[in-house]
Ligand binder design. Structure first.
Ligand SMILES: Nc1ncnc2c1ncn2[C@@H]1O[C@H](COP(=O)(O)OP(=O)(O)OP(=O)(O)O)[C@@H](O)[C@H]1O
Length: 337
């Protein structure tokens, strides 16, 4: 196996993003570590305000971390200037939540999709034009749309254009931040299917940020669960849904629609709101809402620990909870709730 094959497309270590505020600092991201292998899809889930988008923005360097490291395809980009970052921009692209605000309304679709190719000097004008036609077909749009402007397209078509633009330079990593949440429910599934098909065909790594648990179960190989700026659990997608270990993950998944009603999952209703990242609770951040919290949880922050794989040779999983045993045996928040 060559080094190229084993180098992760994304290696985030101890990432922090604290925003200064008049009465302290907002710890939006507070020590996140995450790895994505080539061709791997990692879902990042958690309540609104848990820090998911801030992680995504730091990865694509739309935001600058206040601590930790971001390594993209083997290059540490944490402290690169905008100029130094430019050649690396083709390795990682972001698909935003709302395509209406991320596409320049004065440019044609052809100009929008060709822009990254032009910025990176990857194609002549004629080559870029042919490539745009091909990309439009790949995202399920007719090449005739190339001469229109974004406002002449539907929301779903605009998001397909954003995806075509992001993929025009064949990135190693795509960060998709709630790529379907601004779309009509009727087109959400087709855009998700498109992303899944393109990912399988092209094999790019993907950080998929979402609230949509059904979508993440469908798309992700692995899922990381965030709570108040930290990852509290990471596991292969199937294992996380079948056997969530962290009481927060149990509560989050209990609210997801169950495809098979016979599997009936009892809902765990969490008390209170997500605490403020301006003044996070001491110890385990989740203790204020956890039905199982003990004195230790209120004072000592649990580390993210590696648990034994479910099967020999299986992928390891990680959890940050004092109540999960070394053997991976987890308490049931449902019983206590
Ligand atoms: N520029 C900023 N200045 C101050 N606080 C910020 C800034 N950006 C984000 N935050 C705060 O950081 C926390 C995390 O925000 P973030 O948008 O990353 O969460 P999220 O999990 O992506 O939420 P959502 O799912 O609603 O997008 C929130 O409390 C938010 O208010």
């Amino acid at each position: 196996m060559t080094d190229r094959v084993t180098t992760p497309v994304l290696d985030v270590r101890g990432l922090r993003r604290h925003f200064p505020a008049p009465s302290g600092s907002v710890r939006a991201v507070d020590g996140v570590s995450l790895t994505i292998g080539p061709g791997e899809v990692v879902g990042l889930v958690g309540e609104s305000g848990s820090g998911k988008s801030t992680v995504g923005r730091c990865v694509v360097r739309l935001d600058t971390p206040t601590g930790g490291e971001v390594v993209i395809d083997g290059t540490d980009v944490t402290s690169l200037s905008a100029r130094q970052m430019r050649p690396l921009r083709k390795k990682v692209h972001l698909v935003f939540q709302d395509p209406s605000s991320s596409l320049n309304p004065r440019m044609t679709i052809r100009q929008i999709i060709a822009e990254p190719l032009r910025l990176h000097g990857l194609a002549s004008r004629a080559e870029a034009s042919a490539r745009v036609d091909e990309l439009l077909r790949q995202v399920g749009l007719r090449p005739e749309l190339a001469d229109r402007t974004p406002h002449q397209l539907s929301g779903g078509q605009r998001q397909r254009v954003s995806i075509a633009r992001a993929l025009s330079v064949e990135p190693a990593l795509l960060v998709a931040d709630e790529p379907t949440s601004a779309l009509d429910v009727s087109v959400q599934a087709s855009v998700l299917n498109l992303l899944a098909d393109l990912q399988k065909d092209r094999g790019f790594g993907c950080l998929f940020i979402t609230h949509d648990l059904a979508a993440v179960e469908y798309l992700a190989d692995r899922i990381a669960v965030m709570y108040l700026g930290r990852i509290v659990e990471q596991a292969p997608a199937g294992e996380l849904f079948a056997d969530p270990k962290h009481p927060y993950t149990q509560a989050l998944l209990s609210a997801a629609p169950v495809p098979d009603p016979r599997a009936g999952r009892e809902r765990i209703v969490l008390g209170g709101d997500l605490p403020s990242p301006l003044d996070p609770p001491p110890g385990c951040h989740f203790h204020t809402r956890c039905p199982l919290a003990t004195d230790r949880c209120r004072t000592e922050a649990p580390e993210l620990r590696v648990l034994p794989a479910a099967e020999p040779g299986g992928a390891p999983r990680e959890v940050a909870c004092h109540l999960v045993g070394e053997d991976g045996k987890a308490p049931d928040a449902r019983a206590a709730a």
